[in-house]
Design a protein around this ligand. Structure first.
Ligand code: SF4
Ligand code: SF4
Length: 376
């Protein structure tokens, strides 16, 4: 039988940053929390993540005996600034669809277990971060993010991958705690633009920009549009301001060639004008939380980010996209973005569109014209 040391050696050989072990007991505190916050987390069931079922490992692997948690350090190489501006870093090199990066390492690790007669499962809906803390790999921040203990200079730029196995291994000492220094005074909570963070390691996920960018329903409410800033998919603000991340962020890193190669495809103008084949070929395989039916949301997010950039160079794009699109959520956001940029060209575009518009689009145009006029 494989020993714990054999497994640790193989994980390190495959390039995982760290590894820990915990038992396969239910995550009772997580279940209790989810049940008490159904209003905030109910959407996860509709989105296909049965978080409640994931709180009992035996629902997933009936003879589960242990959980092996691998840590992947995903920010070893630098990402292009033009990607960091608009997309959460953890998605830049996401290979959950293409399966040509991290997935290959996980597959090799599981194959190693299988060759040694250990059955395993990697359930997406199990609490991976809590598993990591239970396996002694790190602590939480008040921003609800997991921080490594021994690797990546104790930063949050790590993915915990919890693997259920049918073999029992001695568990490591848990480190379930908030590990923030007292002097920080909740920089993350203060910096969260949409007030999703509530302090004490609590969050309202429905107010988080990550949720809002890919699951938010309908036209983004007006009061959230400016706070959501330049983010199009995900958000890193509470990690960027965190002093626990300063040591890792300060280090020089080589460019990530995979992300650099695809960065041009994620240009805001390309996103605003993309058609179905472009989305399916160049975007969805890398950022897949929104299906082709949600193309409108990508465009709405791109238009909002353009507006918040206050960059007059985007006016031409926005005017063209207003004509290209029939979706009223996209058109409404384009009107808002033109009003936010608010120069003469933007105003001319809005006046031109006002004639043939009605309903919510007309209302947004009128609002945008008012805000533009106030600026001129
Ligand atoms: S990811 Fe962004 S929106 Fe979400 S909690 Fe952090 S700062 Fe707030
Ligand atoms: S910003 Fe401060 S309070 Fe927030 S996670 Fe970082 S150290 Fe903790």
């Amino acid at each position: 039988m494989l020993t714990k040391e054999d497994i640790i050696t193989e994980a390190k050989r495959l390039g995982f940053a760290d590894i820990g072990f915990t038992d396969a007991d239910p995550f009772a505190s997580q279940k209790e929390y989810l049940l008490a916050h159904q209003e905030e987390y109910g959407w996860t069931e509709a989105a296909g993540f049965s978080l409640l079922a994931g709180t009992d490992p035996k629902n997933i692997l009936p003879n589960a005996k242990s959980i092996i948690v691998l840590l992947e350090s995903y920010f070893e190489e630098a990402f292009p600034l033009k990607m960091e501006r608009h997309f959460g870093r953890c998605y830049h090199n996401d290979d959950r669809v293409t399966k040509d990066g991290l997935a290959l390492k996980v597959k090799a690790f599981r194959q190693f277990l299988k060759t040694n007669n250990i059955d395993s499962k990697v359930p997406p809906h199990m609490p991976h971060r809590l598993s990591a803390a239970r396996a002694g790999l790190g602590t939480f921040g008040n921003n609800c993010v997991f921080y490594a203990r021994r690797v990546a200079r104790a930063s949050s730029f790590v993915f915990p991958i919890a693997i259920l196995v049918d073999t029992e291994y001695p568990p490591d000492e848990p480190t379930i705690a908030i590990g923030c220094p007292e002097w920080c005074r909740n920089a993350c909570v203060a910096a969260c633009p949409t007030r999703a963070l509530k302090g004490g390691g609590k969050i309202d996920p429905r107010r988080c920009i990550s949720y809002l960018t890919y699951y938010g329903e309908g036209l983004t409410p007006r009061e959230l549009r400016e706070p959501m800033g330049l983010y199009v998919y995900g958000c890193d603000r509470c990690q960027n301001v965190c002093p626990r991340n300063t040591p890792w962020m300060a280090g020089d890193k080589p460019q990530n060639p995979r992300v650099l190669a695809k960065a041009a495809n994620f240009d805001l103008s390309c996103l605003l004008h993309m058609d179905r084949p472009y989305f399916e070929k160049k975007i969805w395989p890398h950022m897949f939380y929104m299906s082709v039916d949600d193309l409108w949301r990508w465009k709405m997010n791109a238009a909002r980010a353009m507006g918040n950039s206050l960059n007059p160079a985007y006016v031409t794009d926005l005017v063209l996209a207003f004509k290209e699109n029939s979706d009223e959520r996209v058109k409404s956001m384009i009107a808002w973005a033109l009003g936010r940029i608010g120069n003469k060209e933007a105003m001319a575009g809005l006046e031109q569109f006002s004639q043939g518009s009605n309903g919510i689009v007309k209302e947004e145009i009128e609002q945008a014209l008012k805000s533009s006029a106030a600026k001129l």
